[in-house]
Design a protein around this ligand. Structure first.
Ligand code: APR
Length: 316
């Protein structure tokens, strides 16, 4: 049984704690490294009492960053500040970009073969930061760095299942583009099972999916953004990465990765996962006219978001 070392950066946070718990419960995880600037020793002892074989270790503070990441098979990053009401994901960039840069520099040094799954927002801009940092260190492998967009898929599946009154586990709708507002493009035309919603329903559901992050921010009224559904989604994505690493066939998940679509050098698409991360980018595929319009709206925003990330690492 091949099992893995997983490091969670930001492990003490609102996402990090439930995500750490889900990883402690995952039979493919043999070692869990918890890294944060605060509280990891307590979180680790607490989790270590759970009756699963996975070993939990705590690392705290910048001085222990390298040790925490060393030789990880998978690094999941939720380190950073969350969005408060009135803030956009882009407002987060100036704080979170530095955190991602430090983590990517350390990963390039001590875990160059790790698969890196980044949750920290704004995902559209911080994935380019991580990739540019890895390029500078000569350690960039586009098959290994992912922006986690799984929550967009999870939400889409849930909302479709509600409308169809079926079990969400039976629904699968690919979501492409980016991970904020108008860059999120659900592809109802490729829903499994097939859906025959009216145009009005498709428009309303697309809007709800694109604004679902804000729906949570507003409901939490100052207490942060999505944490539990995000932790669930990241755990689902990490599990897919591990299934790929174990050689399971036909593991397909969408994520935001280095790509080239309509001038956007990063784009979320369905990916076939394998032993080195991405085995094959399955691409955007066929779109209907409504979806083509959504993509046309998304691309210039993405190009701008990507430029923000690239320019941060390579100032003009
Ligand atoms: N290194 C490691 N951990 C850090 C660092 C750093 N440089 N900076 C902050 N952290 C930790 C914080 O100490 C905190 O425990 O990251 C954690 C973030 O947790 P929360 O503030 O509760 O935020 P959370 O809701 O988990 O969201 C984290 O994910 O979805 C995104 O937009 C969200 O960017 C935000 C991130």
């Amino acid at each position: 049984e091949e099992c893995f070392k997983v490091t969670i950066a930001g492990a003490s946070g609102g996402i990090g704690q439930p995500l750490s718990m889900l990883m402690k419960m995952n039979p493919f995880v043999k070692e869990l490294s918890l890294f944060d600037l605060q509280h990891t020793p307590g979180v680790a002892v607490d989790l270590s009492h759970i009756e699963t074989p996975c070993k939990v270790k705590a690392f705290m503070g910048a001085d222990q960053r390298r040790e925490a990441l060393k030789d990880a098979n998978i690094i999941i990053v939720s380190a950073g500040v969350p969005r408060k009401p009135g803030m956009t994901r882009d407002d987060l960039f100036n704080v979170n970009a530095y955190i991602i840069k430090d983590l990517a520099e350390a990963a390039a040094e001590v875990a160059p073969n790790a698969l890196i799954a980044i949750i920290t927002n704004p995902v559209n801009s911080v994935i380019p930061v991580a990739c540019e940092v890895m390029k500078k260190a000569n350690k960039f492998d586009p098959r290994r760095i992912f922006g986690v967009t799984t929550l967009d898929i999870v939400r889409t599946n849930t909302f479709v299942a509600e409308a169809l009154k079926i079990d969400p586990k039976e629904v699968n709708v690919p979501v492409i583009g980016g991970h904020a507002g108008d860059t999120i493009v659900p592809l109802f035309s490729r829903s499994k099972p097939h859906v025959s919603f009216s145009d009005e329903q498709i428009i309303a559901m697309t809007k709800r999916i694109q604004n679902a992050g804000t729906e949570v921010v507003e409901a939490k009224a100052g207490a942060g953004s999505a944490t539990l559904s995000m932790a669930y989604s990241a755990a689902r994505f990490a599990n897919a990465l591990m299934r790929g690493l174990r050689g399971e066939q036909n593991v397909i998940e969408c994520a935001y990765v280095a790509s080239d679509y309509g001038g956007a050098s990063y784009f979320a698409t369905p990916l076939l996962l394998g032993k080195d991360g991405i085995k094959e980018n399955l691409g955007v595929g066929e779109l209907n006219d409504f979806e083509k319009k959504l993509v046309e709206t998304a691309i210039p925003i993405l190009i701008e978001n990507i430029k923000t990330g690239v320019d941060f690492v390579n100032p003009k």
